[in-house]
Ligand binder design. Structure first.
Ligand SMILES: Nc1ncnc2c1ncn2[C@@H]1O[C@H](COP(=O)(O)OP(=O)(O)OP(=O)(O)O)[C@@H](O)[C@H]1O
Length: 291
């Protein structure tokens, strides 16, 4: 298809008197992996549910695979893969039984056993869904989301409850789906490292709008918080926060007439920068775009 796979313009959502989304703009191109980040309650799930057609928006223009999600029919829905948070249905079904059953709704499903193998669930194939561990349950959720060969995959906090190995395998799987199958992926996560690893672009939702959107490296330069420059002055530790640490270091060097005692520059991690960005923000910031 031509044009973006997801396009939202001035998307707004109100629950009663609370306006959760205050004009979200978002575009996701074919084959892109985009991570939606934001603090608890920012509206990530709400946004994803609107895009999936599960929730009616208050206003704004939205198209997903060229269709308004509010009007998407079965054929449109079959092109989406959806991994929700906390899917708790079918506890008595067997793992393979449930996957095969759901696969039956699609025209060209993946092979259930191959998928169980990929998701590391072969040993649990005959087990009841309700007896899986949290991480195994989550892996089954992902398997259910991709069994129908979707063009567009929505992943709402897909790796919560995964152990480090399952997380690594899942990351490799998403990379494979995007690279080899050209699948478009929109995921929400609280894990900045996960977003950096998987996403072509990261969108940060805070104050009801997408405050910053860009490549992980572009984002790092836009969001990067102030560095700390530390040194000793007459034996007393001094610290100054600055966005231009080399300039301050140069000035100190000139002032001291040579090497600065105890000079140290501490650059914040991307995670610290992100936390600084979202801390206490309930009003949208505008005009910030990363490359
Ligand atoms: N059905 C609903 N009725 C009323 N308020 C709701 C409803 N669903 C969500 N909210 C509120 O909307 C806000 C956004 O919720 P949402 O679940 O979209 O945020 P989120 O970014 O996904 O959060 P989290 O990171 O905690 O999953 C929250 O304040 C939440 O309480």
């Amino acid at each position: 298809m031509s044009g973006p796979v997801i396009r939202a313009r001035d998307l707004r959502m109100r629950y009663g008197r609370a306006e959760v989304l205050r004009g979200v703009d978002l575009e996701v191109g074919a084959g892109e992996v985009v991570a939606l980040l934001g603090p608890n309650g920012a509206g990530k799930t709400t946004t994803i549910e609107i895009l999936e057609g599960f929730r009616r928006r208050s206003s704004g223009e939205v198209t997903v695979l060229g269709t308004d999600p509010g009007r998407g029919g079965d054929a449109w829905r079959a092109r989406l893969g959806i991994v929700l948070q906390n899917w708790q249905d079918h506890p008595r079904w067997g793992v393979r039984q449930l996957l095969t059953h759901i696969a039956g709704f699609y025209d060209r499903p993946r092979d259930a056993d191959e998928l169980l193998e990929v998701m590391g669930l072969t040993a649990q194939a005959g087990q009841a869904v309700g007896r899986l561990s949290g991480g195994q349950r989550r892996r089954l959720d992902v398997a259910l989301g991709i069994v129908g060969h979707p063009e567009l995959l929505f992943l709402d906090e897909p790796t919560s409850g995964f152990d480090p190995e399952a997380r690594r395998e899942f990351h490799a799987l998403v990379e494979r789906l995007a690279r080899d199958e050209g699948m478009t992926v929109l995921l929400t996560t609280h894990d900045l490292a996960e977003a950096e690893r998987l996403a072509d672009r990261i969108a940060i939702l805070v104050g009801g709008t997408v405050t910053v959107c860009g490549t992980p490296s572009g984002l790092a330069s836009v969001v990067r918080a102030a560095s700390e420059v530390c040194w000793l002055e007459d034996g007393v530790p001094r610290t100054e926060r600055t966005s231009d640490p080399s300039r301050l270091a140069f000035e100190l060097h000139r002032r001291f007439g040579g090497p600065v005692p105890g000079l140290e520059v501490r650059r914040p991690s991307l995670e610290q920068s992100y936390l600084d960005l979202v801390a206490g923000k309930d009003e949208p910031i505008t005009g910030r775009r990363a490359a």
